[in-house]
Design a protein around this ligand. Structure first.
Ligand code: 13P
Length: 254
């Protein structure tokens, strides 16, 4: 288990990786980590994620109010968005927001990542819906994001960027890498005449692998369609692709 300083150092390290991979321009993006139900660390507002030091990391409570921040630093302007994820998903330990080029291109075009074309993406993400546009730093973003939170671990933010979350920071960051890789492959394969989509049997097998892997988080393969959680609001066209109706038993139906 990492201590607080080690988590601050990890936030800086992940910030550098995001910046060096071109997932955030200038001062874009933000990161938060849950320490306990009432205490969270988050990146400072208006600072490049490529050049953060542990001293710049702020501490906030469950409402996003400052508990501790060094002189010259304030919490991210998007802290309300992060807090909504923690409120609705007690299983989440870290949230990452970035503007990776391909994922943001889909977000700007209003196209969700729903096509079953890449085995790893089908298993790890299922699909990535788009949360309707909200003005950054206002309650519009958390309010529009909320309905996707019970069903997914990644969303595109319309005309803005992407948001991922998971049990810990490395996993949440890896999710962001996976979203961007999926978006890039989907985009590039269209230049070669379009991707081949998996058929229902292939999808069924990928979902089975997902269920057996015990991977944490939420995914269409573990949504129980016969229950309330069958009201998944995202990925409407994903529901229509062959195989979606198959075998929605697993964690979600236990
Ligand atoms: P902050 O610097 O306030 O975290 O905002 C960056 C950003 O990407 C807003 O969407």
């Amino acid at each position: 288990m990492k201590n607080e300083m080690e988590i601050k150092e990890q936030i800086c390290e992940i910030g550098k990786r995001m910046y060096n991979r071109g997932m955030v321009a200038a001062n874009d993006g933000n990161i938060s980590v849950k320490l306990n139900d009432n205490t969270f660390l988050c990146t400072p507002t208006g600072v490049s994620k490529g050049f953060m030091t542990p001293e710049s990391i702020c501490k906030v409570d469950e409402n996003g109010n400052v508990i501790q921040a060094n002189h010259g630093f304030r919490p991210s302007s998007e802290i309300k968005m992060h807090m909504r994820v923690y409120q609705k998903r007690p299983d989440v330990g870290a949230v990452v927001h970035a503007h990776p080029v391909y994922a943001t291109t889909f977000a700007v075009a209003g196209i969700p990542l729903t096509r079953p074309v890449l085995s790893e993406a089908v298993m790890s993400l299922g699909c990535v819906p788009i949360a309707e546009y909200g003005t950054p730093s206002t309650m519009e973003i958390p309010d529009r994001l909320e309905k996707y939170l019970p069903y997914y671990d990644a969303v595109l933010l319309e005309s803005h960027g992407a948001l991922t979350w998971s049990t810990d920071l490395l996993a949440a960051y890896h999710k962001m890498e996976s979203v961007e890789f999926y978006a890039e492959i989907l985009y590039r394969s269209r230049m070669l005449g379009g991707p081949r989509e998996f058929d229902r049997e292939e999808i069924k097998k990928l979902y089975e692998v997902r269920r057996k892997s015990g991977m944490p988080g939420r995914h269409p393969a573990t949504i129980c369609l016969s229950r309330e959680d069958g009201n998944d609001p995202g990925c409407a066209d994903y529901r229509n692709f062959p195989g979606y109706e198959y075998d929605f038993v697993g964690d979600g139906c236990d």
